[in-house]
Design a protein around this ligand. Structure first.
Ligand code: ADP
Length: 484
């Protein structure tokens, strides 16, 4: 079965969030269940070296104002189709934002072009390869199912995955014609979103199947509090919507082999984790004489992630003898808030503003607990890394966080199945209680160690989920649906 993945980011080449991790890992995981996937993504400057090894397989003289071509190449275990279009993608910095921090004004053309090229491949533009199924990810790939829908001939079926409904790709309707979209699709049941073109809405309306990245988020998305205006359409398409948890790449995130750790460790050799903790403490300028847990945050700093609530709780965290190491960037007010908090709580709170992949690994290796107080969280990956590294997740009970962490309530502790702490509602008061509960648990070393070992055994790889995607593709191709 041949699958074409369409996405704007893919680890390890270009990443701004969890989408990249999924697009980098799932094609490999599918390989082991009999799928053969290729990933189409823009040839950003970060991919220049890989693109230089590519073979041209398709070209277009004018794609939104300049020439474009697809280069077929292989790197890091992935088969890639890189869309080279210098006028659209050859720009420094963030792949979505200009130097002013605003979306690039031509993002509709940039990602419309990606979808257009992907649809061309799906319709048979390459001499030697045509996918059986197209798998489009997030709004940047949302036009693929629309282009396929308006094609008069037969086309492969399409799966649309929503990684985060907060990002919808909304643009002026005057772009319908320049993007080559049929006006018949511009309806409230189709791609019109309150007077604008919605790229993600187009994908949801036109794809044969829709998935999102956890069962709880799939249910939440059909409610007005979470659906961001698309809940009605998603309810209407409920029979075609499913939630499949993300996995993580177990080779990249493995405390026994992680080259970014000071000392590797395992569930059998937990004591070695302490040396990684010392390294985190030093790196963040934290005090060495506190006996509470070392919490970490590794996150985009945005209101989605609920980190404004954490700022309110820091005096309690510090008073409990705990420490907090924060790595992140994003909202300028939150960045400033955490920098000020580090000054207000010297030794208890340390902050590094920025994006640093090796440091994220070290923090997972060296922290006792990872805090994720998100207001909504489609799946979340950092709690999965936390489980694998025995860094117990302290999470809001929402989306994928609710589906992957077992709260240490009395029943779960008695049944010996707890792997972390959940709290609800997402308020500073509930988060404060969660911090207290975590500190209390940490003060019981044998129970804490048992939870760590249990968390490290919790399955967080791709096996089960890759099979679930495989079953969806197979269902679309008419193969018998798997038995429940
Ligand atoms: P989202 O996709 O909403 O940002 P996820 O938890 O799904 O959240 O994925 C975030 C990914 O980005 C994880 O792999 C996490 O380790 C990584 N990450 C987030 N912020 C940073 C940072 N400042 N430095 C390094 N890695 C980060």
């Amino acid at each position: 079965m041949k699958i074409l993945f369409v996405a704007s980011e893919c680890a390890p080449f270009v990443k701004t969030g969890g989408l990249a991790d999924v697009v980098g890992a799932l094609p490999k995981a599918l390989g082991s269940s009999g799928g053969a996937a290729r990933v189409i993504l823009p040839a950003y400057p970060a991919l220049a070296e890989v693109a230089a090894t590519g073979r041209e397989v398709w070209r277009q003289d004018d794609l939104h104002g300049g020439p474009a071509r697809l280069l077929s190449c292989r790197s890091d275990g992935l088969d890639l189709l890189l869309l080279e279009a210098a006028h659209l993608y050859n720009r420094p910095g963030n792949i979505y934002l200009g130097p002013d921090g605003q979306d690039w004004p031509d993002n509709a053309q940039r990602f419309g072009a990606l979808s257009f090229a992907a649809a061309a491949v799906a319709m048979g533009a390459l001499a030697d390869w045509q996918p059986d199924v197209v798998h489009a990810h997030d709004w940047q790939a949302g036009l693929v199912p629309a282009y396929l829908r308006q094609h008069p001939g037969p086309t492969p079926p399409c799966v649309m995955t929503i990684h985060n409904i907060a990002f919808q790709g909304l643009f002026d309707p005057s772009l319908m014609t320049p993007l080559g979209l049929s006006s018949s699709l511009y309806t409230p049941e189709g791609m019109e979103y309150f007077g604008r073109i919605g790229f993600l809405k187009a994908g949801i309306a036109c794809a044969e199947k829709i998935t999102t990245v956890s069962p709880t988020y799939a249910r939440e998305l059909m409610q007005p509090e979470f659906g961001m205006g698309l809940e009605g359409l998603l309810r209407a398409r409920g029979a075609d919507l499913s939630g499949i948890l993300n996995g993580i790449d177990l080779d990249v995130w493995d405390p026994e082999t992680d080259a970014d750790l000071v000392t590797p460790y395992s569930a059998k050799r937990l004591k070695a984790k302490a040396r990684n903790r010392d390294a985190v403490v030093t790196r963040f300028g934290l005090a060495t004489d506190r006996d509470g847990p070392l919490f970490c945050v590794i996150s985009r700093l945005t209101t989605q992630k609920g980190l404004d609530l954490l700022l309110d709780v820091l005096p309690v965290l510090a008073a409990r003898g705990a420490r907090l190491a924060v790595l992140g960037s994003g909202d300028k007010a939150l960045e400033a808030g955490f920098v000020a908090a580090a000054h207000a709580h010297p030794g208890a709170v340390g902050v590094i503003i920025g994006y640093d992949e090796p440091l994220a690994h070290l923090m997972q290796g060296g922290s006792d607990a990872i805090l994720i107080p998100s207001r909504f969280e489609p799946c979340g990956l950092t709690q999965l890394y936390g489980l694998r590294y025995g860094t117990l997740p302290v999470v809001a009970r929402t989306g994928g966080l609710a589906d992957t962490v077992i709260d240490a309530n009395e029943a779960a502790r008695t049944a010996k199945c707890a792997t972390g702490v959940q709290f609800a509602p997402v308020t500073a008061a509930a988060l404060e209680q969660a911090v207290h509960r975590t500190c209390d648990l940490y003060a019981q070393p044998s129970e804490w160690a048992a939870m760590m070992r249990r968390a490290m055994r919790h399955p967080v790889g791709w096996d089960v989920s890759a099979q679930a995607y495989h079953d969806i593709y197979a269902g679309l191709l008419g193969a018998p649906e798997p038995q429940a």
